[in-house]
Write a protein that binds this ligand. Structure first.
Ligand code: 5GP
Length: 178
């Protein structure tokens, strides 16, 4: 049953699954013969990362990190901090950071700078959703499943107050500000 707060389904579970399969195939092509590691950013990317990894037909390793963002002053840009670091080094590996959504790009810019300093062979980004219209800093998104507009979305790992991550579709909320 659809939760009452859900307004409009933007991408159905079938559309999400089909698109993830396409992107997984493209990743398999790109990284064939390489030492691919998927890095998930907790918690939002967990659902997307596992769905994606199951469809990739080359060997992959996975690792996770957790970050927090806080603003020093209300309205000032968020400062990103690593709360849980990767378990393993990434030196010499082909790393794909897997995100739920790239919005302003600030979180990813911080992450990419941090990870680049650890000497990976390559460092790329794969995101379920890309909201390029809100980008404040340039980040190289190699793989994206869907472009979305301004609306706040939930589902497929994305939450509102920790709810709705488990919805198999991407949807807008009836009262996104409550
Ligand atoms: P960025 O640094 O690119 O602005 O931040 C991306 C993060 O903002 C995402 O990982 C996610 O946690 C959060 N975010 C941005 N837009 C949305 C949205 O529409 N829905 C949800 N649930 N989270 C969002």
């Amino acid at each position: 049953m659809t939760p009452p707060d859900i307004d409009r389904v933007l991408f159905t579970a079938e559309e999400v699954d089909a698109r993830i399969a396409e992107v997984a195939a493209a990743i398999g092509e790109r990284y064939r013969g390489k030492d691919l590691k998927l890095i998930g950013v907790l918690k939002g990317s967990v659902f997307f990362l596992t769905a994606l990894a199951r469809r990739i037909e080359i060997p992959v390793k996975i690792d996770f990190l957790a970050i927090s963002t806080f603003s020093a002053r209300p309205g000032s840009p968020g400062v990103v901090r690593i709360e849980k670091d990767l378990d393993e080094p990434i030196e010499g590996q082909d790393v794909l950071v897997v995100e739920d959504i790239v919005d302003t790009g600030l979180t990813l810019r911080y992450l990419l700078r941090t990870l680049a300093g650890r000497g990976p062979n390559t460092l790329g980004i794969c995101t379920l959703l890309d909201r390029a219209s809100r980008r404040l800093v340039e980040v190289p998104v190699e793989f994206r499943c869907f472009e979305i507009g301004e609306h706040f979305v939930v589902g497929c790992g994305l939450d509102h107050k920790q709810l709705y991550r488990n919805l198999p579709y991407v949807a807008t909320l009836r009262r996104p500000d409550s």
